[in-house]
Ligand binder design. Structure first.
Ligand code: PLP
Length: 411
């Protein structure tokens, strides 16, 4: 499979952490922090060099003038999430963008004040939505609606999500779900959820931290009001890299929509007139606050170039195959010591498999790490591993499975 894989050579473009013997680790942790593209340092050094050479004039005279630098990332970002360029912007960090979006799209009233989230959403999302509910004077006890799997099941059924929206939709102000759940790896039917929510008059937003660069996305077509994501997981932008934000075109000129303003969201033709009144730019750029951190955007640019070359559809085809192979191998030796909690259907998951370990899972994860296999552990009982199509091989997956079984506790 590796020999016939048309994307196999992309692996050479990444820096791999090494084992004690100096060999490449088997890196299965792209759902947490993607690997560094080898071109990232040149991209970053260019900006350091231009800063040294030009000082403040770099805003205009750097090879890539900083004043418009973030736009160099717009086209490719939009392509990755299936947006029009005017709907996408790279800015801030994920949780900040989530708050900015909720400032505009969570407008609770007495009749319609609830936010729908998935139970077990990433803690930052839970804190963000609860704090927004409180900020507006409501109580999470009555305003937070959690989607949960049925008893004895680990993932949510599409029909249960839709029936909850149908039942409760009239009191829901915002549906805010992860495109892919960080713990279980379940991918949601974003199109179906958007349609169901909008039929009931709800606003719909997605946290795509685990979906961007992992699944092909069609945000413009699916039509959620907003989406936010980070760039350090599958997008390989580097630790704490600048995040992304999508605002649907129908809000591009929604000047009456309340928003938190900053000068980088102000009409750029008038930005340097330094006037006191805020006139937002059209589209997603109108939600920007600050001038962006160029040194953090530079590595992300390098990574987006690789994505453009590889193509999301080809990456997804390989991803389905790689993750399917991992599941196949894990199912070869059934044991009561572990179970897969990620859905089996390819359309209900991305690259990640979440494996529930019955006993001493953290020790197992550490043992794998000592053998040069990097996954990660999420309390209380889950090992997460992702075969990432840009830099993982079928051989990586095979070697992981070979180490996994002996590391389990004996039955
Ligand atoms: C699903 C999800 N939401 C939010 C966050 C928080 O991101 P940040 O620290 O970039 O705001 C993460 C981080 O891993 C995440 O996985």
């Amino acid at each position: 499979m590796d020999r016939t894989d048309p994307l196999a050579h992309f692996r050479e473009r990444f820096c791999f952490p090494k084992t004690k013997n100096g060999e490449n680790c088997i890196y299965l942790c792209g759902h947490s922090l993607g690997l560094q593209p080898k071109t990232a340092s040149a991209s970053l050094e260019q900006e350091l060099k231009d800063w040294a050479e030009f000082g403040v004039e770099g805003h205009f005279h750097a090879r890539n003038p900083w004043l418009r630098y973030h736009r160099l990332l717009t086209q490719q970002t939009a392509l990755l999430v299936g947006a029009e360029p005017s709907e996408a912007v790279v800015m801030n960090s994920l949780t900040v963008n989530l708050h900015l979006m909720m400032a505009s799209f969570y407008r609770p009233t007495k009749q319609r004040h609830k936010i729908v989230v998935e139970r077990g959403a990433f803690p930052s999302d839970q804190y963000a939505v609860k704090s927004q509910i409180c900020f507006h004077g409501f109580n999470p006890e009555s305003s937070l609606l959690e989607l949960r799997p049925r008893d004895g099941e680990s993932s949510m059924r599409d029909e249960d999500v839709e029936s909850l929206i149908d039942r409760e939709g009239g009191s829901v102000a915002l549906i805010m779900l992860g495109g892919v759940n960080y713990a279980t790896g379940q991918a949601f039917d974003m199109e179906g959820i958007t349609k169901a929510g909008q039929k009931k008059g709800c606003r719909v937003g997605f946290d795509l931290a685990h979906a961007a660069g992992n699944l092909p996305l069609r945000l413009h077509q699916w039509g959620p009001d907003f989406a936010v994501w980070c760039s350090y997981k599958y997008l390989n932008g580097g630790p704490g890299c600048v995040a992304g934000c999508f605002v649907h075109q129908r809000h591009a000129c929604a000047w009456d929509l309340p928003r938190f303003a900053g000068w980088w969201g102000h009409d750029e033709a008038r930005r340097f007139e330094m006037g006191p009144d805020f006139h937002p730019m059209m589209g997603a750029e109108g939600w920007q606050l600050s001038n962006p951190p160029i040194l953090a955007l530079a590595p992300l640019r390098a990574s987006l170039d690789i994505f453009a070359e590889a193509g999301m559809n080809r990456l997804r085809a390989k991803s389905v195959s790689l993750t399917g192979y991992m599941e196949f191998l894990l199912r070869q030796q059934p044991s009561s010591e572990f179970s897969l909690i990620t859905p089996s259907e390819p359309e209900r998951r991305g690259a990640q498999l979440s494996i529930r370990i019955r006993r001493n899972g953290r020790t197992l994860c550490n043992q794998l790490a000592m053998a040069g296999i990097i996954g990660d552990w999420r309390e209380p009982d889950t090992l997460r591993v992702s075969a990432v199509p840009l830099y993982n091989s079928y051989r990586d997956v095979y070697r992981f499975a070979k180490q996994f079984f002996p590391a389990l506790e004996p039955e």
